[in-house]
Design a protein. Structure first.
Lengths: 237, 198
């Protein structure tokens, strides 16, 4: 671990120097393995945040309060510490930068991380593929990458950005706090007849709802790639 | 080479019931590559294609009329969570394959929505695989694969195809959806066969 940046009170970006790291594709994840002194190990998957093929491998990790690995990565790990990473993993939830289709990114909370890798990859490659990001987040103060997205909204041509704040909105914000709904998705996304590639990432309940809204708006299921994390919303079954 | 991580103590269970690299969860996480498909139960059917031109089908009511088994099994997801002692009701693949002469040793499982996964026919038989339609005593929720999913708990859970539609028996092995994009062809959690090369 070479360095770390605090993103929000609950999320931190770890910059890793990984010898012989192969370039990942935007959207892929890695497996992190921590080993305690008694040999006990714990593994979890984290999405890669950084641009493929440049600089350090970056992971942005959100603390899960009763978690085992994320509290260590967010609160304990320091530059100079070492742990094992394996990857890149996953060949489906990836953006193909040779695909000229417009892209719709739908993020719920820390689900922004793999989508940010796509936004950064597009920018680093100087591509003009039209991107739209619809980002559901609780409130401005705990929004991961808020500053960078503000800058990119100004500087990255062809990147549009809309927020759905679910609890607290910025001063003067016109839309009251609330969940992402069909109207906002219709307004800030792409119509299905443009054939966009859709990527939806976030907690299970959010992804279920957002993917269903996209299906309702006639996006074909095979153009909606999803990545879900956490338990199901509706109890154990 | 093992790298000891400074400051990491770990508080998971050092549990021999868990395969390597897994942790115990009380939740039931959902992993799916796309939207949850909308399945019309009136048109639902389950098929077995034998590989020699024969195709058997069961409607929903025909499937539910077959002998049902209740099983309690541990399930292990490649994303590292495990859940112990889960209870399912379903029809054993032994029942469904009883009168079928497979043309080959391999199976490709198909789902509504287009998902596929492959495994040897041997892993579908011997009381190790079911078409399950109830979980913990309740009808299987759509996001967990309802109305019916394959249940093959001795392999990583992506092999337990949600929204199962049928089984195609093949002479030659054919990688399924995840098996084509980096995940292990067989997927034994006890040998930690997560990815290509494991």
């Amino acid at each position: 671990m070479a360095a770390a940046r605090t993103e929000t009170p609950a999320a931190r970006t770890l910059e890793l120097d990984v010898p012989d790291w192969p370039a990942h594709r935007p959207g892929q994840h890695v497996d992190v393995r921590l080993t305690a002194e008694d040999g006990y190990t714990a593994q979890r998957s984290y999405s890669v945040a950084s641009t493929p093929g440049t600089g350090r491998l970056e992971l942005t990790v959100q603390r899960i309060d009763d978690g085992e690995v994320s509290p260590y990565l967010v609160d304990v790990a320091q530059p100079g510490d070492a742990f094992e990473v394996r990857g890149p993993v996953g060949g489906y939830f990836v953006w193909d930068d040779a695909d000229p289709a417009p892209v719709l990114l739908v993020a719920g909370g820390s689900g922004i991380v793999p989508l940010m890798s796509m936004i950064r990859a597009r920018s680093a490659a100087g591509l003009r593929v039209p991107f739209r990001l619809v980002y559901s987040t609780r409130s401005p103060d705990i929004t991961i990458y808020a500053d960078e997205l503000r800058r990119r909204q100004r500087d990255d041509r062809g990147l549009d950005l809309a927020y759905a704040y679910t609890r607290g909105v910025p001063p003067g914000w016109r839309r009251p706090p609330g969940r992402l709904d069909g109207a906002l998705l219709r307004e800030a996304g792409w119509p299905a007849d443009l054939g966009p590639a859709c990527f939806v990432c976030g907690p299970t309940g959010f992804v279920e709802a957002a993917a269903n809204l996209l299906v309702d708006q006639d996006h074909p299921a095979d153009r909606i790639k999803t990545e879900r994390f956490g338990p199901s919303g509706g109890g154990a079954a | 080479m093992t790298v000891v991580t400074r400051g990491f103590k770990g508080r998971g269970t050092r549990d021999a019931q868990l395969p390597p690299g897994q942790y115990l969860t009380p939740d039931f996480p959902v992993l799916s590559a796309g939207p949850t498909p909308r399945i019309d139960p009136t048109g639902w059917e389950f098929f077995i294609a034998t590989g020699s031109g024969e195709r058997r089908t069961w409607s929903w009511s025909q499937l539910r009329a077959l002998p049902t088994e209740t099983v309690m099994v541990d399930i292990h997801c490649v994303t590292k969570w495990s859940k112990l002692g889960t209870t399912w009701d379903g029809v054993s693949l032994d029942t469904l394959l009883a009168d079928v002469e497979p043309a080959g040793d391999f199976a490709l499982v198909h789902s509504y929505g287009g998902y596929t996964t492959n495994l040897p026919v041997a892993d579908l038989t011997g009381g190790r695989a079911w078409v399950a339609f109830r979980y913990a005593g309740a009808e299987l929720d759509p996001e967990h694969g309802g109305p019916a999913r394959l249940l093959v708990p001795h392999l990583y859970f992506w092999k337990s195809a949600k929204w199962v539609r049928g089984v195609e028996l093949l002479r030659q092995d054919q990688p399924g959806f995840w098996e084509s994009v980096g995940y292990h062809n067989y997927g034994d959690p006890w040998r930690e066969q997560r990815y290509w090369g494991d």
